[in-house]
Design a protein. Sequence first.
Lengths: 150, 136
Amino acid sequence: MHVPILKQGGYLIATIQSVLSDADLLQLRDDLAGRVGEFRSRGVIIDVTVLDVIDSFATRTLRGVAHMLKLRGADTVIVGIQPDVAFAMVQLGLTLEGVGTALDLEEGLAFLSAKAKRGGLVAWTGGAAAPPSSPKAPQDNVNKRGRGRR
Amino acid sequence: MSTFTEEYSVPIKSAADIVVARQKGRALAVQLGFNGSGPTMIAAAISEVARNIVNHAKQGEIVLSGILDGGRLGIQVIARDEGPGIANIEQAMQYGFSSNKGMGVGLPGAKWLMDEFDIQSQVGQGTRVSMRKWVS
């Protein structure tokens, strides 16, 4: 099941819609890595509210996604881990070390904003929305932001 | 101890079957009267042993059943495959030990999630993991 990725200001929001197979999770990772470049996002929220289980593979993949996006210049927050799911993760000894977590979408956005402020980063929420996908886009972006990230 | 529900077998042939197995396991757990975090813990344990089959043996099956022991009601999960088997079970049960790309959390983690855990394996013949959890 494909995970839709929405753009919200300078952030991306990926809301998982149903139980995911391993392949879906890997697809999400690749999609997010691409979109962060495309939309020049500084933060990504992954909403896992519907996940019935977060096992070792899912944990490792989510951690991998977060670290990969960090290398692309974006912070990741995992939101919506259900109480029972969290309990089972603790029993399994699984941690999301080095990955931001928040209660829900609202808290996740607050987390990213706070992080942007602390880090001296200003999330780009310009009304121009997504950078144009025309061939000259990279040049435009360099001018606007003073640096290229792709 | 007796099995009082029919046995539900879920063939495990690819990663997608892991999801099927844990959903069936959760449904059976709820049906048996597990509540709170019980069904999630059972589903997580099934997820780990099913993944073990996919990663190491390529294919196998998960057999789920409701069990009765004295007055106790529980769920039994058997994961079996005819894969390469595990040479050193003690090592495989060590937290953090992984023979391939995993985190080494699967088998020991599943043991923690369930009440009873037994693993038998013969190199070249396959592996059988049997787990039980009782409705408190």
